[in-house]
Write a protein of this length. Structure first.
Length: 296
């Protein structure tokens, strides 16, 4: 299973120029420090706060301790996600643009649920592309869980309804609804999302229990802009950040809580079915500082 340290290698190759204990910051201009942080999509306000702290330390502690405090405060509490037992089946809808990692993440979440002794149902409601639903079906066969999907051109809201219905019949604990990728700017496709929610709630009141946006970390700050627009169409309850392992812009994670007011729940650290881990602010921040000598 991929780890935080190697996943953050690219971001660290930039940020490390400021964070590494090996760097002598006396030799750097404030502008240079700010430029480095912004290059990894650390939000502007936080960048200024960090540069300030480096220039005028507020207390006697190591540089790493002082910066860690600032960064941890920005990320907030660790959230330990649990499926609510009383909502059966617990329905989670995954949203995002094309290629963000929705289908892979749905499979990873199903695998995780199985590992916890729950019976998941994967719902392939990506009826927009020919291979949309079949890709998830293959995953369901690989990990060995239930699946309901639709053919290309089918009504996605109907497919989602059928999946919830079938999950109730089969006494599944969890339904993971994979949706078609869509651009936040395309109104008709965006309108399909609330329709899907209404349709599922007709079969199980209150469904979906969660709406999670899947963000591709390689897009950096642009991913947050997309999420804002999705959030206006269907209120998001959580964020999943994928492809952290290939991104040099992981600094955008610091804007999620302040800009979206939605917690980061899980992070994808690789392509494998076990490479989805709960978002751990402490691990994340630690990995930003590490000089990475042992994994280079
Ligand atoms: N490296 C890496 N690749 C990922 C991760 N999550 C998804 N991918 C890859 O991203 C590509 C698109 O994923 P997919 O789930 O099909 O995206 P979708 O269009 O949103 O359904 C695939 O090649 C996945 O293997 C991740 O956390 N790390
Ligand atoms: Mg997909």
């Amino acid at each position: 299973m991929a780890g935080w340290l190697s996943a953050l290698k690219k971001t660290r190759s930039i940020i490390g120029q400021v964070f590494s204990s090996k760097t002598n910051l006396e030799e750097m201009e404030v502008e240079e420090i700010e430029e480095i942080l912004l290059r990894s999509d650390v939000p502007a306000r936080l960048t200024m706060e960090i540069a300030d702290e480096l220039e005028y330390p507020t207390r006697k502690a190591t540089r790493r301790e002082r910066l860690t405090d600032i960064l941890m405060k920005e990320l907030g509490e660790t959230l330990d996600f649990q499926w609510l037992e009383e909502n059966k089946p617990y329905v989670v809808m995954l949203l995002g643009i094309n290629g963000s990692g929705k289908t892979t993440t749905a499979a990873k979440l199903a695998k995780k649920a199985m590992g916890e002794g729950r019976r998941p149902m994967l719902c392939g409601s990506d009826t927009f592309r020919a291979a949309g639903s079949s890709q998830l079906k293959l995953w369901s066969e690989r990990i060995g869980c239930d699946f309901v999907g639709g053919e290309m051109g089918h009504d996605a809201a109907g497919v989602a309804y059928n999946a919830v219905e079938s999950a109730i019949e089969k006494k599944c604990d969890v339904v993971l609804v994979d949706t078609a990728g869509r651009m936040h700017t395309k109104t008709p496709l965006m309108d399909e999302l609330p329709k899907m929610c209404r349709s599922m709630s007709k079969r199980r009141a209150g469904a979906p229990d969660d709406v999670w946006m899947v963000l591709d970390a390689s897009l950096g700050q642009n991913a947050v802009i997309q999420a804002k627009q999705f959030n206006e169409v269907v209120p998001l309850t959580g964020i999943i950040v994928t492809k952290l392992d290939g991104s040099s812009k992981a600094g955008f994670l610091f804007s999620v809580r302040t800009e979206l007011k939605v917690p980061i729940l899980f992070t994808g650290l690789g392509e494998g079915e076990d490479d989805l881990v709960p978002f751990d602010p402490q691990e994340f921040v630690n990995a930003l500082f590490d000089d990475g000598s042992e994994d280079s």
